[in-house]
Design a protein around this ligand. Structure first.
Ligand code: C2E
Ligand code: CA
Ligand code: CA
Ligand code: CA
Length: 272
């Protein structure tokens, strides 16, 4: 059908062009973001309910755009991955997180997200090494979070990279656990220090027997494998209570604190 003299294909092409243009603009701005210090890390607490204390923080990237304000990762990480800029962003995150963690009063850990694209760069291990050396952070205080897609392609190469990271003393967490199609088998491929139960299961646990059963299976299994588990996206006291009953010990979510800049990190409210 013709609309305004255009057919559906032309409509589609115009939309595609607009999307491609937008992507190019973001890409150009993102190059400036790196050189002009517009990237920031916000830190979200991870609470250990057994000792009633914040045991660490996850570093989450934010972009303070001079005209468009605060931009969230969903709007720039995928573009950074497509364009290869993720290597610079990732190196910034590792250096900045290690540096800031050394200014904290406690010896909390800092968790940094690694994109699967960063594993395509043979220099990843040396970036981590130099972030540790430059900051003087004890390697045991750095945790890297990867998703199972890292174990999907170039499996042997990536596992060897993970082993090298681990031999530096860095801890390795498997993020968004349970969302992949064969999650359990990944636990055999590498000795992870921690798994993070994906937020979607916590979100659904009150209404879905399946979600609860999966949480139960994950916590039971990680107990027997002696792997720590973090429940992600805990928003209510009710979820917290139920998860404790299931044997969860580590918690992250708005109920415990939102991501904040390092300076304001200690102001956050703690429900415990
Ligand atoms: P993620 O690694 O799964 O991080 C958790 C996300 O859940 C964060 O979103 C966090 O703000 C959000 N969150 C935490 N607690 C709650 C809660 O109680 N309720 C809800 N609704 N959300 C909660 P954010 O900061 O927007 O980051 C989104 C994703 O972007 C991250 O997911 C991660 O995959 C990616 N990302 C963020 N920073 C970096 C980075 O420095 N490098 C890389 N490669 N990826 C990053
Ligand atoms: Ca994460
Ligand atoms: Ca996650
Ligand atoms: Ca995620």
């Amino acid at each position: 059908a013709k609309r305004n003299g255009r057919n559906r294909y032309e409509d589609f092409r115009i939309e595609m062009d607009a999307a491609a243009r937008k992507r190019r603009v973001v890409e150009m701005d993102l190059r400036d973001a790196i050189t002009c210090n517009q990237l920031r890390l916000y830190y979200q607490p991870i609470t250990d309910a057994r000792h009633d204390e914040v045991m660490g923080y996850e570093a989450l990237m934010r972009w303070h755009h001079p005209e468009n304000g605060l931009i969230m990762p969903v709007d720039f990480i995928p573009i950074a991955e497509e364009t290869g800029l993720i290597h610079s962003l990732g190196s910034f995150a590792l250096h900045e997180a290690c540096r800031e963690a050394t200014t904290w009063k406690g010896n909390q850990t800092v968790a940094v997200n690694l994109s699967p694209i960063q594993f395509k760069n043979s220099g990843l291990v040396s970036v981590v090494e130099s972030a540790l050396e430059a900051s003087g952070l004890d390697p045991s205080r750095l945790e890297v979070e990867i998703t199972e897609s890292v174990l999907l392609d170039n499996t042997l190469g990536n596992i060897s990279t993970l082993r090298k990271l681990k031999s530096l003393g860095v801890r390795i967490a498997l993020d968004d656990f349970g969302t992949g199609y064969s999650s359990l088998s990944y636990l055999r491929s590498f000795p992870f220090d921690k798994i993070k139960i994906d937020r979607s299961f916590i979100n659904d646990m009150q209404d879905s027997r399946e979600a609860l059963a999966i949480i139960r299976a994950i916590t039971g299994m990680s107990r027997s494998l002696d792997i720590q588990t973090t429940a992600e996206g805990v928003e209510t006291d009710e979820q917290f209570r139920r998860l404790k009953e299931e044997g969860c010990t580590l918690f992250q979510g708005y109920f415990f604190g939102r991501p904040q800049p390092s300076e304001s990190r200690l102001i956050g409210f703690s429900p415990l």
